[in-house]
Ligand binder design. Sequence first.
Ligand SMILES: NC(=O)c1ccc[n+]([C@@H]2O[C@H](COP(=O)([O-])OP(=O)(O)OC[C@H]3O[C@@H](n4cnc5c(N)ncnc54)[C@H](O)[C@@H]3O)[C@@H](O)[C@H]2O)c1
Length: 343
Amino acid sequence: MKKVLVTGGCGFLGSHVCEFYRRKGIDVIAYDNMTKTELMRTGFAVESARNYNSDFLKGIGVSVVKADVRNYEELLDHASGCDYIVHTAAQPAMTISWEDPRLDITTNVMGTFNVLEAARQHNIPVACCATIHIYGNKINERLTEAATRYEKKPVAIPETHPTLEGTLTPLHASKAAGDTYVRVYIDTYKVAAASFRLTGIYGPRQLGGEDHGWVANFAIRSVMGWPLTIFGTGKQVRDIIYASDICEAFDAFYRRKVPGVYNIGGGPGTMLSLLECIDIIEQINGKRPEVRFEPDRHGDLRYFVCNITKARRALGWKPTVKPRQGIEELIVWIQDNKHLFGG
Ligand SMILES: NC(=O)c1ccc[n+]([C@@H]2O[C@H](COP(=O)([O-])OP(=O)(O)OC[C@H]3O[C@@H](n4cnc5c(N)ncnc54)[C@H](O)[C@@H]3O)[C@@H](O)[C@H]2O)c1
């Protein structure tokens, strides 16, 4: 591989993908419109935070292009000559999806469609980001009991589980549509494509707030000494995954090119509840944050642990970073960059 196009390259996950390939000596284009709508609502130092990832990427030799995935001609032009497209650009937050469904559908559906078309026209493999939310939150009812006794017998959900069950938001529809279009492009046009159904991701350079990026949101608030809010009981369970493990999964797909949809999460080995995550943050940071509780939000998913057998077998991939180790890296980064959060 000589050149890779990373849409959303200046976002959290995209910046890690750019760094991953740049450090291997590969030419990288970070293609990003630099919106990050949810940043406006975090109370952080918005301009510094918005520029942080792009400055970092320019510093390591990534070519940063300010452009929009909804602009097909521009996307097609920048994809020319690339060997791989990793599509991370998105409107990723459920809350913003119900406030601005047009932003959500244009970014997530037309954006993903444009990326797939560009991949088809140039005959380039492409990996896209879906989310475990596309399974829907009916899992809440089925697995409530499992969630309360998950230490004994974790229930991991495979890709064959039905999707879009339970309470739906525009984000469910737009992300599921993107995931479906990936399958359409595999079946109809034989594009070497993958849709990664991603669980909760965390790591350095994650400017997490209440809308998106809960591990970073908890860690930032704890380091800054701010109270944090849990929506629900705090017993919600996720198999969180560190950003570099996902970069390895993207690379594994590029090497094997076995098309399809894949659950990409930490699996039973990284599952924890929100309250257990706060315990880990407290151990590392040395103080307990003030925690407030509010009711569940519309569409919230109480339990999800990925069955990652398919990705293990087809891609030869497995996650390696454990929560304690990864959260420590995240906290060190936050402590070094308090100015981004207004500190
Ligand atoms: N972070 C998580 O926990 C998580 C969980 C599941 C799935 N995902 C998915 O992973 C992907 C990356 O998420 P993230 O956490 O890095 O999000 P992020 O918000 O940090 O990054 C997304 C980037 O896309 C850019 N962008 C938005 N609209 C654009 C457009 N029209 N054109 C070009 N760029 C645009 C934003 O400016 C931002 O830099 C998304 O598809 C998201 O839905 C994330």
